[in-house]
Design a protein around this ligand. Sequence first.
Ligand code: GLC
Length: 730
Amino acid sequence: MIQRLLPISFLTIFLLGLSTSTSAQDTKVEVQIDSILSQLSTEEKIALCHAQSKFSSAGVPGIGIPELWLTDGPHGIREEISWDSWAPAAWTNDSITAFPALTCLAASFDPNLAYEYGRALGEEARYRNKDVLLGPGVNIYRSPLNGRNFEYLGEDPYLASCLAVPYIQGVQSMGVAACVKHFALNNQEKWREHIDVQISDRALHEIYLPAFKAAVQEAEVWSLMGAYNQFRGQHCCHNKTLLIDILKEDWRFDGVVISDWGGTHNTLQAVYHGLDLEMGTWTNGLTSSKANAYDSYFLASPFLEKIKLGEIDEEELNKKARRILRLMMRTSLAPNRPRGKMNNPEHLALAQEVAESGIVLLKNQNQFFPLDTNSDIKIAVIGENAIRSMTQGGGSSALKAKIEISPLTGLIEAFPNAEISFSMGYASGPPVYGKVIASPYDADSLVADALRKAKEADIVLFIGGLNKNHHQDCEGGDRLSFDLPFGQSELIDKITALNPQTAVILISGNAVAMPWLNKVPALVQAWYLGSQSGPALANILSGKVNPSGKLPFSFPKKLRDNAAHSFGAISYPGDSLEQHYLEDILIGYRWHDTKNIPALFPFGFGLSYTQFALSNFKSSTEYAKGELQLIVKCEVRNIGQFNGQEVVQLYVGKANSAVERAQKELKGFQKVNLKAGETKNLVFKIPLNSLMYYDEKSSAWTLEEGPYQIYLGQSSVIKEAQLSIELQNS
Ligand code: GLC
């Protein structure tokens, strides 16, 4: 169906007139800031701009300006760290609720849940008296080997934006600043502290910046963390293009730019290229440190000296101090700041709801799942991940959870009549940052015991995957292989040879190789699920909760099917100095679709215990708030026996474009609850400017005349567009 729209010239003028949102400047607050600034000495202003301890920066005690306290992490409040070392402070009042890692939140495709998640996290940060929460991480999933993908929101900039914005709004509703990170292009851990990323302007603006831009312009985030790596020859913590030209001038960010811990390398660049608060210098971000080096920070005495000598105008310092005071007025100095809460039942229930909403059912032959909770079946649970704590390890996002119920415990509680045996099957060793510690167990005896139990059981639940050890899903190092570690794939082969009724549950934050896939009737992708891992997983496997998660990143059949791994070492991991993102805009499903390299499991894919059908596709246009929108409608029907949720996804493509484009890109999604047999009408409102591409010649977003293809589906694999619209020139 061809839909005639307004002449493009009118549209172009119209769209260019759209005002970009700016964070609301509260004049009264600005007046207060000016008044405080006028009382501060140069030394006191300098002290505001750099750390005084591992996780705090100075206030102005003489006039009652409090210190600023920062805390990790994106899925829970990190335990108290010592004043001047990375050792835990060994407090006994800092155990917290561990929420699922952000890949799980991304897999929920549920922005409402993202808001509640952020709000609960903000409540726990408040209770722990923290002013800045160092999250969310929104770096795009580029390689399955990146050690920190588990902390982020997947491969699609639109999905990441739609979840980061409400998460940030939730955190900040509690008077705690969110700190969106790591800006930008920190898409791997290998050589993270210096690798110099080279990328086209188009890929930068279309793929890697949108989630940050949405955080600034839609969520009005109060702080942002610079990344460790370099971009076009400058470190991101003081990169003029990123922090001045784009962030502060173009996007009009009025918050504080905070360095990553050890990400600052140069005083003049830090002064003039947009860094406001220097943290963690002389550390590698997590282990080594130079003792009490705070006065020698780049924005400490070297900065002060240059001001005293007249080499740097004090106004440069005032700009930084003003932003930091504005952050304080929004947090520690805010009147009527909400009270915090911690470890309350609501937070645990929310952690479980996010976990249940994010778990993805990838395969379910012959209705292997759900399992009957009243059955007296013999279940062999095999795999270290069934009992291992997954809230520890992983680097700066590690947590000291007050509660963590393991998958095995959850299964035992959920299946009281079943005869459940357990065997570790393999062992990985303890999570020690930066090191691989061998396990104390004898691998052969673990395998032998697992096979004995598999043979005796009616069914096997293999619970494996990755864990938060070094060179797995862990900060500071990438994975060394796409394969499952510790001989898991070989073990799965041996188990399935003895007992074909074997389901695999992967607990991980990354895609892995699955050579055994055809041998197992069922497969579940579970994430790092936090405090309520056990009950959440058991509810999904028992059908008490119908799975509704969708993959936030593609699972390639083999590593070289992944875009970043298709252009040699210079693309990943780089040549140790430079790295070129040669796949450009074709990342994730954009690559798999456009290059016709089918993924093993595609972005947006996830099964349910019921089935859904889409129909009755329509499109039109209308004006809303002075903005022209595409209106796309469809019906979704639950045609199965179970009540459930479906994520209906809307993608848009542009055939015969003047520039290279992905076959289709996600531009809308809705998660809907449907009772068995129920039908709902969905309406998608797509702003026309979301169809623009970034034109490198004019350095501007550009709307191309039609036709455009609209795809509606239940994953990114949709062969034929259902609708077509035409943007015509006047
Ligand atoms: C780490 C991480 C960053 C974290 C910070 C403080 O190195 O890169 O995400 O918030 O330092 O721990």
